[in-house]
Design a protein around this ligand. Structure first.
Ligand code: G6P
Length: 364
């Protein structure tokens, strides 16, 4: 087993460190950065021109990747929403032949996600699987498939597959938006250039020791909160999910706008709060963070140098390399993976096999 971990103490740490390479595999041959074009042979230009709305269905970490993608598509003016697949199967939203339902599932075997796909098909929707596993059940249930090519993931907590899901969904989103609107998005060239550089940026994050220092300073508190807006909200939810899964600490992610509507009552000096600041203008989230700090909570900001002003009041700044906002969430998430990993390790948790959880949930 030690050999399988290539010298790392846990599969999770190995898989976190594999991300520059797994991301390269995801992007390989799919980005023409010079021409500013997505190159997805599975889906040539025009494939999605009839699509009127996109519904993502997924669970757990894959649901967060779907939320991230829905928020990017919405920004392109495409009606898009991410549903928890179990909810979708129980209470399906309106869908028809002009609805594209994208099932995001690492394993391709999650029962709730497969059921959501069946509901979507029975409504006449077009279905597309975004998965890591060739030949998995979801590929048999969907009309089309896009493989994320992250390689096998052994740790129960998903890490490199989230990164690859978001990267693959970004490419798919650019293709869908281009087909539906008839033009490549204004920022497509910059975004694709940023994606090409992302594996190197992830390596920089892995070489940075700040996440570990933050975990050492703050592990063992009462609870951990994470906030963000847009795609960064999905990252906040994923940061909290990782923390609860492997450290068993109470952790919750919130939309930054939600903070004042309840969660603020939970904030004390024993509840560190992570702000994911990856958008273009984060003035509002910065104000939210100041309010939290005024109540005595340690504030940790995960951000690019673009929002360096946060350093003037935050207790900790975990920096990520400057990149396009749509790509920055991936980097912020890698930092949060590291925080959770080191916190769980300091608490002596069985990181690769957390209690009560399974890698793939094949019952509803
Ligand atoms: C379980 C795993 C999670 C995973 C989720 C969805 O809860 O523990 O890590 O995100 O299932 O799995 P899928 O294979 O559909 O992505």
């Amino acid at each position: 087993e030690a050999a399988g971990k290539s010298g790392y103490p846990h599969y999770m740490l190995k898989e976190i460190n594999e991300q520059p390479e797994s991301l390269r595999q995801t992007l390989h041959g799919r980005v023409d950065a010079l021409a500013g074009k997505v190159d997805l042979p599975e889906f040539p230009p025009g494939t999605f021109e009839d699509v009127e709305q996109v519904q993502f269905v997924a669970m757990g970490t894959s649901h967060h990747a779907g939320m991230y993608a829905a928020s990017m598509l919405t920004a392109h003016g495409i009606p898009a929403h991410a549903y928890m697949a179990g909810e979708y199967a129980d209470c399906p939203p309106p869908a028809d032949g002009r609805t594209l339902v994208v099932a995001v599932t690492q394993s391709g075997e999650t029962a709730d996600t497969l059921n959501a796909v069946r509901r979507a098909r029975s409504a006449g929707a077009r279905t597309l699987a975004v998965t890591n596993v060739v030949g998995s059940s979801v590929t048999r249930e969907c009309d089309d498939e896009l493989f994320i090519r992250a390689g096998p993931e052994i740790g129960v907590a998903a890490t490199k597959t989230f990164t690859s899901q978001v990267a693959a969904l970004t490419l798919l989103g650019e293709r869908i938006a281009g087909d539906v609107t008839g033009v490549a998005s204004a920022g497509a060239r910059d975004l694709l250039a940023a994606l090409s550089e992302l594996p190197g940026d992830v390596q920089q994050v892995l070489d940075d020791g700040t996440a570990r220092e933050v975990a050492e300073a703050l592990y063992g508190c009462d609870a951990y909160f994470f906030i963000g807006r847009g795609p960064a909200y999905a990252v906040a939810l994923e940061g909290a999910l990782k923390m609860k899964e492997i450290s068993y600490e109470h952790a919750e992610g919130f939309a930054a706008s939600e903070l004042k509507h309840g969660p603020l009552a939970l904030v004390t000096p024993e509840t560190p709060l992570f702000g994911v600041l990856t958008g273009k203008d984060e003035t509002k989230t910065l104000n939210n963070l100041k309010e939290v700090q005024a109540r005595g909570a340690p504030v940790i900001v995960v951000t690019t140098p673009r929002h360096a002003s946060a350093a003037s009041f935050a207790d900790y700044v975990i920096e990520i390399p400057e990149t396009e906002p749509e790509a920055a969430g991936i980097l912020a998430n890698v930092q949060l993976q590291l925080v959770s990993y080191y916190a769980a390790d300091l608490l002596g948790r069985p990181i690769d096999k957390p209690r009560n959880l399974a890698k793939s949930v094949t019952v509803e």
